[in-house]
Design a protein around this ligand. Sequence first.
Ligand SMILES: [Zn+2]
Length: 91
Amino acid sequence: MTTTQSTSGAQVCPRCKRRRLVPSLSLYAGDKPVRLFFVLQAADPSGQPDPARRVMGSSPLVAGVCGACGHVELEAQEPDKVWAALVQAEG
Ligand SMILES: [Zn+2]
């Protein structure tokens, strides 16, 4: 997996507290952007997973990487799509 930086400006790392977190690195596997693929399945009234209430979706992922301690955090670039899938599954 390789990364490219799309923004500048270091942030404070949540682990080591140093201002070395390089944010919003685009992730690639080979030459393909990395995406989060997910399946949300709401439960029926008895609490069992309900296949009729299953929604799939995806979002590009970006990473913040600390240049001091190596901490990595991932972020979905399209969080609205993840939320919309939950609302649809539970609807
Ligand atoms: Zn750190």
